[in-house]
Design a protein around this ligand. Structure first.
Ligand code: F0G
Length: 418
């Protein structure tokens, strides 16, 4: 596709990449992909482009801009598993990406397409991670990144990244959903390429998170893949990737997808609870301390519904308190993640308690962002000062507050031997 298009001219729905005539030979490709891990060429070192047969939209590989995205680890977390009531739990930690979130998997593809189209400027609205990622990849490609963010509602770690990576950064006095509408108008008016998850090439890149996961597991399909839901681009991408792998014969079944939303930003949860039919009701003023998923009108809900239904998946919502405690548990395991990512563990605990998930289920939870994305949240939690958006003080059940001591060896020794 060499036209700038995000929606289908016929039905108006978001576009989806398709590759008519693509032939995938699973046994051959599994071996080729494994071999590429030992190759030092940047495109083979990329955990996205290594799987390029799954995303064959480029005609010229020189359009690729890679920062060695993907390659994110699977980390066993026995402490988190027992806390949630599972025998075992593995995290796929997307926070190990170059800009610290899963957005890099999609952004390397979105920016490659921007280069392919000869675009000079790219834009996105973001709760912080997309903008950090876009700023890095666009600057690496020599394009001008333009970032639109809700004023006051993104974490400093993410805002800092947009500034440091050279994005023209506009803080708009509106929320994510309102700014997305604004940016769509502006990008059309000014001929700027839009790199939100309405961009089908970003979805293609995020698809490879599931390909890499299966490759890392030697193609053994887990029972569940759990992820947080905001604008619902990621669940759309995961579902598409899984379906394509099943159709081509890389895997023999689909895992069930579980999408977890934050309680006051959970329009998809509410919609699916009602049966997922009829009008979708957006939440006018979404709230959550997990600012990454503070979204009330998720653009990809039709695709997300399709993927939830296809995988016999579920949607759950969790409270601020549940997210905060789950996050501290991920941290105490030596792993750490940002608040939105911790919704996964909180959701697992809830689904386990409700009997939806079995204790011996094979579960992979995707941690979407790095712990350092939102240090302010971490510090407030551990010092007992974390307040929910409605002003109520959360209980810091697993607090680990710093201790102020005098500059005196005897007093410190006395304290430490207590
Ligand atoms: N987790 C993190 C850390 C995120 O940054 C996001 C989305 C999500 C989960 C939800 O993913 O939107 O595909 O359902 N962040 C976007 C942004 C909206 O602008 O960075 P989704």
């Amino acid at each position: 596709m060499t036209e700038v298009l995000y929606n289908c001219p016929r039905c108006g729905g978001l576009l989806e990449a398709d590759y008519p005539g693509r032939v995938l030979l699973p046994e051959n490709l599994k071996a080729v992909w494994r071999k590429r891990r030992c190759d030092n060429a940047p495109v083979e070192q990329s955990g996205v482009w290594r799987y390029r047969e799954m995303i064959p939209f480029l005609d010229d590989e020189s359009h690729i801009v890679t920062l060695r995205e993907g390659n994110t680890p699977l980390l066993a977390a026995p402490g988190c598993a027992s806390w949630a009531g599972l025998d075992a739990l593995v995290f796929k930690h997307q926070g190990f990406n170059p800009t610290g979130s899963f957005k890099d998997n999609g952004m390397t593809c979105g920016v490659a397409q921007a280069v392919r189209l000869g675009m000079k400027r790219v834009a996105c609205v973001s709760t912080g991670n997309t903008s950090a990622s876009m700023a890095a990849y666009a600057s690496a490609a020599g394009l001008q990144p333009m970032v639109f963010i809700p004023k006051g509602n993104i974490s400093y770690g993410k805002l800092a990244q947009a500034l440091e990576y050279g994005a023209l950064t506009l803080q708009v006095e509106a929320n994510f959903d309102q700014i997305l509408k604004l940016v769509r108008v502006l990008s059309e008016k000014l001929g700027i390429y839009l790199l939100n998850s309405i961009n089908p090439f970003r979805i293609e890149g995020q698809k490879t998170i599931m390909v890499e996961l299966m490759d890392q597991r030697d193609w053994r399909v887990p029972d569940w893949v759990v992820l947080p839901g905001g604008n619902l681009g990621n669940v759309s991408a995961f579902g598409k990737g899984l379906r394509e792998m099943l159709e081509a014969g890389f895997i023999d079944k689909l895992p069930r997808l579980a999408v977890i939303q934050a309680e006051r930003s959970a329009p998809f949860y509410e919609f699916m609870e009602q049966g997922g039919e009829g009008d979708f009701h957006a939440i006018e003023e979404p709230e959550t301390l997990a600012t990454a998923i503070r979204i009330g009108d998720p653009i990809s809900w039709p695709k997300a519904r399709h993927e939830i239904r296809t995988t016999n998946g579920v949607v759950e919502s969790v409270t601020e308190q549940e997210i905060a405690d789950a996050k501290a548990k991920v941290g105490a395991a030596g792993i750490g993640c940002e608040p939105a990512s911790a919704a996964t563990l909180a959701g697992i605990k809830k689904l386990r308690a409700a009997g939806v998930m079995a204790a011996d289920a094979d579960v992979v939870a995707v941690l979407t962002g790095n712990v350092l994305k939102d240090p302010d949240y971490v510090f407030k939690y551990h010092t007992g000062a974390l307040k929910a958006p409605d002003g109520t003080l959360l209980t810091s059940n697993y607090a680990n507050a710093p201790i102020v001591v005098p500059n005196d060896a005897d007093q410190i020794a006395a304290l430490l031997s207590r």
